[in-house]
Design a protein around this ligand. Structure first.
Ligand code: HEM
Length: 831
């Protein structure tokens, strides 16, 4: 397998990731083999013929032409008439990218069409280079003489035997059509053998037996001397065609000649090694600097080839920090999807974790554990999988901006001296009738210093897309490392400011972590301490039931088991063994018969420190799930209810803290200035200006004693005890500034600033601070939470925008509004 990353990584997906999660969509176009793009026109046959015509003008001796995509400039020259050519080229054009040339896609098309129809896999190399104009003439025409055919194929590098073989291989698929071949087919469509959508030897057997109806052998083509297959097959007195009757021989011969066909390339082109599917392939490996700058979010997907490894039980990442020192805790993953190719199956494992930005990550290895517990480490052919932490894309600060622009942010490590740029690759249509787009590459310098942290500085660049509506690819790079794998389709409409303090919305850790699918013998139980059987079982419910234990597991759809230690008879099993949906949530997995979906309770605290010393009021103390009955209360606050909450979708999402001394009073103090506060899972305290949603649950659900006040209840797993401040809290505003009046929300752009005379950045921006910076100017405005602009005149390009556009809270005062991405909260001196 190749060393990752390789220039052929995208081509590898086109070839091998044919269906399922992250499928490239290429094979779908020719699957099943008889799929037609129009009645009577089989797409796989059209692809194979188009690939041959692209190569057929090449010269193996002078090394001019060959498989080079020149057909896109040639299919109107009379040698390639018919719909097959522009249709195939247009389909392939959508897979063209800065990594994969059109001729690489053509090579892939030979593999995919052959394989989809039952032929053997043609070995594919990448690195084909596209011609920029038309090549020579020379595609074999049916009216040519046998001698001309021989000369033409010799020029392409095929001797007489290979010519006969290659023509037979091509003509096992597809038909001749009256519109383009009126002297071959009178009307409609005639197949070249009786099985035009099967890659078999019928083209040869039917010819040899004399039963053939191939219109290139018999029929009206004979009179016009366009019976080219007769001329070709008969050129050695039918010796070669006779040897092709055996299906296996036929397939093997075609496999090797198709490879030769797509490897005829112009001088100067060096093809890669034959592309084999990776055993382990990373996707979308991404670092993101989180608000506050102390942590990096590290996310991605790992694809495991399971073709010969069906019993994968667990996948983990063991990694090294920035200095190259091994980090002891591995990164866990969960299944994100399954996929397959013609000859392979794959499982994808996703991960999302947080790493201190001071120590960071430099590389990782992938440890795959199989059923029973044996594990194997994949280290990328001894190189480990490298993670570049010196420059990376910052998704939260990137977005689309008005008038077809994109604003892209990157984080650059301050100590690594490099000049970062944004690269945008756009597809532009070529002049008609060429259906293949051209690629326009733009490089834009990223402007430094838009905030950041001690280790990183955030830079942004804005770019106006040339063809709005057509998604473009982009990426950030410094020096040679160019990554253009992001699509402008993925950009949101608002950029978030980079906050100097950690974002309050994400609790530092989730409540539980998946450990794998484990065997449960029943006698003895894998997790023996407590159990619950319920027709509404979910992972969350089981976790809430097992809070007093270090481990919990779900089995047979509706069973939940708790324990501190796994019984020694319980060993890890293939991840696919746990396949029963949970009775309470069909999208979650709850083990199977004798199979436990095992979780670690990440919020486990030894019992002595959590269990209240005195029994909370109104609680029966014997039950394992206490049932609070009296309504919680706090002076100055209204009790809202016991509301449901979710890690991905917080009910209260403006501020968060875990408190070892959590109580209603302590959380209310922490949330001063916010309309609502809520307590959850004993120790968690959440604040919000508003409730994101309201999903009331029975009072008895909020059953965990508060860490700092065991007599009161502080929610439970995904249950929030919510209070509302009796004194209304004001909403953020454009505050009045003495000597100025607020003029409104105005558009701005990086290329042409609305106010350009003085610029000032401060992560802790307030409107007052900006006003103080701009005292000698007529106008000032705040933008993007932390930017301040001054000037005596407004750019002619600016226009008023909706007030609802300018909704970023100022970094230094959450009660004030400070513009938004490319939106200025504008003030004018009152004369
Ligand atoms: C002496 C060389 C060749 C001649 C004169 C020739 C000629 C033709 C003609 C006249 C057709 C019918 C086109 C139509 O009416 O749509 C055809 C179809 C086809 N040819 Fe060839 N061919 C040659 C070699 C090859 C080779 C080497 C391949 C592939 C390796 C190939 C692949 C195909 C395929 C797949 C079709 C069916 C297309 C469809 O169904 O749309 N041909 N060929």
């Amino acid at each position: 397998a190749p060393t990752w990353p390789a220039s052929t990584d995208e081509l590898e997906d086109i070839l091998f990731l044919t269906s399922g999660y992250r499928a490239s969509g290429f094979a779908t176009l020719v699957t099943p083999c008889n799929k037609e793009f129009e009645t009577g026109r089989i797409t796989s046959a059209a692809w194979l013929r188009t690939a041959f015509h692209d190569m057929a003008t090449g010269n193996a001796f002078t090394r001019v032409g060959g498989l080079d995509g020149s057909l896109q400039f040639e299919f109107t020259n009379g040698e390639s008439d018919g719909k097959a050519f522009p249709t195939s080229l247009a389909m392939w054009g959508s897979f063209l990218s800065s990594k994969t040339s059109l001729s690489d896609v053509i090579a892939a098309a030979v593999y995919t069409s052959t394989r989809s129809c039952g032929g053997l896999p043609v070995p594919i190399r990448g690195g084909h280079v596209d011609a920029t104009g038309s090549g020579q003439l020379g595609v074999p025409q049916p009216q040519n003489t046998a001698q001309t055919f021989e000369q033409q194929f010799t020029r392409m590098g095929f001797n007489k035997t290979a010519m006969i073989q290659l023509v037979a291989c091509g003509h096992t698929l597809g038909s001749a059509h009256a519109p383009e071949s009126p002297q071959i087919v009178q009307a409609g469509t005639l197949p070249l053998d009786t099985t035009p959508s099967t890659f078999d030897s019928k083209i040869a057997t039917e010819y040899v037996s004399g039963t053939t109806k191939n219109p290139l052998v018999v029929g009206i083509s004979v009179n016009s001397q366009r019976n080219s297959d007769r001329k070709v097959f008969g050129s050695d007195n039918n010796a070669t065609i006779g040897t092709l009757q055996d299906t296996q021989t036929f397939s093997r011969v075609c496999q090797s000649l198709f490879q030769q066909m797509i490897e005829l390339v112009p001088a100067g082109v060096t093809l890669s090694d034959v592309i084999a599917p990776y055993d382990v392939k990373p996707y979308d490996i991404q670092l993101t600097l989180l608000d506050g700058g102390e942590k990096l979010k590290f996310t991605g997907d790992i694809r495991i080839r399971t073709t010969l490894r069906k019993n994968v039980a667990q996948v983990q990442l063991v990694y090294k920090d920035r200095t190259g020192a091994a980090v002891s805790t591995p990164i866990g993953t969960t299944v994100s999807g399954t996929a397959s190719g013609f000859d392979d199956t794959f499982l994808f494992f996703g991960f999302s974790t947080e790493i201190p930005s001071g120590t960071s990550i430099s590389s990782f290895d992938v440890v795959v554990t199989v059923a029973g517990g044996t594990s194997q480490t994949f280290n990328n052919n001894g190189n480990s999988f490298k993670v570049d932490d010196t420059l990376f894309y910052q998704a939260p600060q990137s977005c689309v901006v008005p008038n077809n622009g994109i604003r892209v942010a990157a984080a650059r490590r301050i100590s690594a001296q490099s000049t970062p740029s944004l690269r945008v690759v756009e597809k532009k249509p070529k002049a008609s009738p060429n259906p293949v787009p051209s690629l326009a590459i733009s490089n834009i310098a990223l402007n430094e210093a838009q905030g950041g942290s001690n280790d990183y500085v955030i830079s942004t660049a804005t770019y106006v897309l040339a063809s709005p509506g057509t998604p473009a690819m982009f990426g950030v790079y410094a020096g040679a490392l160019v990554d253009v794998s992001k699509s402008t389709d993925s950009l949101p409409t608002t950029c978030k400011p980079f906050n100097a303090s950690p974002s309050p919305t994400e609790p530092s850790s989730p409540a539980f972590a998946y450990q794998g699918c484990y065997y449960d013998a029943a006698v003895p139980r894998a997790l023996p301490s407590e159990f619950l059987v319920n027709d509404n079982m979910t992972i969350e419910r089981c976790s809430a039931f097992c809070t007093k234990y270090q481990l919990f597991g779900l089995e047979y759809g509706r069973e939940c088991y708790c324990g501190d230690k796994l019984d020694s008879t319980s060993t890890i099993q293939a991840i696919s063994d746990c396949n029963m949906p949970c009775s309470g949530n069909q999208t979650e997995t709850c083990g199977a018969a004798s199979r436990l979906s095992l979780y670690k309770n990440l919020k486990y605290v030894p019992p002595s420190s959590t269990s209240p010393t005195s029994t909370p009021t109104g609680t029966p103390s014997t039950s394992s799930t206490p049932t609070p009955t009296s309504t919680p209360s706090l002076q100055g606050y209204d009790y809202v209810g016991c509301l449901s909450d979710a890690v991905e979708n917080r009910t209260l999402h403006d501020k968060f803290e875990t408190k070892s001394d959590n109580s209603y009073t302590a959380c209310a103090a922490f949330c001063s200035g916010y309309e609502f506060f809520g307590v959850e899972y004993a120790a968690e305290c959440y604040c919000g200006i508003s409730l994101a949603y309201t999903d009331p649950k029975p009072l008895s659900d909020c059953s965990m004693p508060c860490t700092g006040d065991p007599k009161s209840y502080c929610g439970a797993g995904n249950r929030l005890t919510v209070f509302k401040n009796k004194t209304p809290i004001r909403a953020p505003t454009n505050p009045p500034i003495e000597g100025y009046k607020y003029k409104g929300c105005y558009t701005d752009s990086v290329n042409k600033r609305t106010l350009s005379e003085h610029i000032y950045f401060d992560a802790a921006m307030t409107v007052d601070k900006c006003a103080a910076q701009c005292t000698s100017y007529k106008y000032f405005g705040t933008e993007y939470g932390g930017e301040c602009y001054c000037g005596n005149m407004l750019s002619a390009d600016t226009a008023t925008a909706a007030e609802s556009d300018c909704q970023f809270l100022c970094g230094g005062d959450k009660q004030q509004l400070c513009g938004a991405g490319d939106r200025l909260s504008l003030y004018e001196k009152s004369s």
